[in-house]
Write a protein of this length. Structure first.
Length: 282
């Protein structure tokens, strides 16, 4: 058959000398005569392509160009990324201003400050008194010298312990913290506990009355002239502490200062002391 030959004797000897396995592939040679069937298939494929082209583009003249050709449709110019982003930003800013105006209107009409964050407020010193307003806050609670203790705040138990607790130390006081975030006061905290003498207590503490001024409590030794009032106030921490037969409410607020408190410590330009806002023994 044309196009099929066997490997030569020299090739077989070369494979044996080199120790290689005889190849299973047959040598390929270019045909010396034209393949008429192959040429006919090429013409047939070309005729199929031309027929499809005529159907899509129309009748072809002698010059080879279509009599009727399709034009690219005219599409509207797409805006650039910069224009699109700029429009989105302007639209978002407009919506933000609308929502802020709505919140302000609701505040005026209802007398409620819900949703107005502390960073919208301004601090000032007036007649030697620091006035740092707040509305947002974080809440926390801890129990000491009790046999059992529960603190219920906004329908959630912040503390729910049936085991005895140890004494309140200075280290505990320095590490008072709050992590339960709220925008406004649910007004009442319910505290149920058993003091270490076995007496049961059930009290309600009205935080709305304690912090009716909505002003941050600060340490008595703070020099208000050292406070950096240009920094917006942050949401303070309010912590309820049960100690035996007593309940105390502490506030910890971040108060920025104009200069470091300790020489050589650049990042000591703030106060964050726990300050007692309420204390009652039962």
């Amino acid at each position: 058959m044309i196009g099929s030959t066997r490997a030569t004797v020299a090739d077989d000897a070369f494979d044996k000398d080199e120790g290689a396995r005889p190849s299973s592939l047959q040598a390929v040679h270019r045909l010396t005569a034209a393949d008429r069937h192959y040429d006919l298939q090429l013409f047939r494929d070309l005729e199929i392509v031309n027929a499809q082209t005529r159907r899509e583009l129309g009748r072809l003249p002698a010059g080879g160009l279509p009599v009727e050709f399709k034009r690219r449709p005219k599409l509207p110019n797409a805006p650039s990324n910069a224009e699109t982003n700029g429009n989105d930003i302007r639209e978002e800013e407009t919506m933000d201003m609308k929502y802020l105006a709505m919140a302000a209107a609701m505040t005026v009409t209802s007398g409620c400050h819900s949703g107005i964050k502390s960073w919208h407020m301004k601090s000032k010193v007036e007649n030697g008194v620091l006035k740092m307003p707040f509305y947002d806050h974080s809440f926390g609670a801890s129990c000491f010298d009790t046999l059992r203790c529960r603190v219920l705040y906004e329908n959630a138990y912040i503390v729910n312990s049936g085991s005895p607790s140890g004494p309140f130390t200075e280290r505990d006081r320095d590490n008072l913290d709050a992590s339960w975030g709220n925008l406004e006061f649910p007004t009442v905290v319910r505290v149920s506990w058993t003091s270490k003498d076995g007496t049961n207590h059930d009290e309600k503490i009205n935080l709305g009355e304690i912090f009716h001024s909505r002003l941050v409590r600060y340490p008595a030794d703070l020099d208000v002239n050292d406070v950096k009032t240009s920094v917006p106030p942050s949401a303070p921490h309010i912590i309820l502490v049960v100690e035996d037969r007593a309940i105390r409410i502490y506030m910890r607020a971040w108060i920025p200062l104009l200069r470091p408190r300790f020489p050589g410590r650049v990042h000591s330009d703030f106060r964050h002391d726990p300050v007692i806002a309420y204390s009652q023994t039962f």
